[in-house]
Ligand binder design. Sequence first.
Ligand code: SF4
Ligand code: SF4
Length: 113
Amino acid sequence: MNRQEEQREALLGEISKCRSCRFCIDVCPTYQASGGVESFSPYGRLQIIKYLLAGRLDFDDSLTYCLYSCLKCRRCENICKSKGQNLDICELIHSGRYLLSTNLAREGKHAKL
Ligand code: SF4
Ligand code: SF4
């Protein structure tokens, strides 16, 4: 397994710890600003990364925008941890962005994670 595959597996493993409780959604400023579009919430961003990793979504500009519009304010992470669910959401989104950008740079718009 190469380094990129290891990163991909590690990221999938961490995202799988999400219990889909959605406590993080309402505190997210980009979710609020979008008028309630789940793709602009922390939970939605984790789902986008998960489906990209699983090959069930293709990259497009709107998904890229959803990932890169995260403000890294950590409000979501604080509420997730306060509910005992302990996901490092900002780090996971950051890792998803990293895999996305390196693959896009290497393989162009039709890259897979
Ligand atoms: S609060 Fe944490 S466990 Fe719950 S949906 Fe959000 S990221 Fe997942
Ligand atoms: S860190 Fe990103 S996903 Fe989390 S609440 Fe802030 S803007 Fe939303």
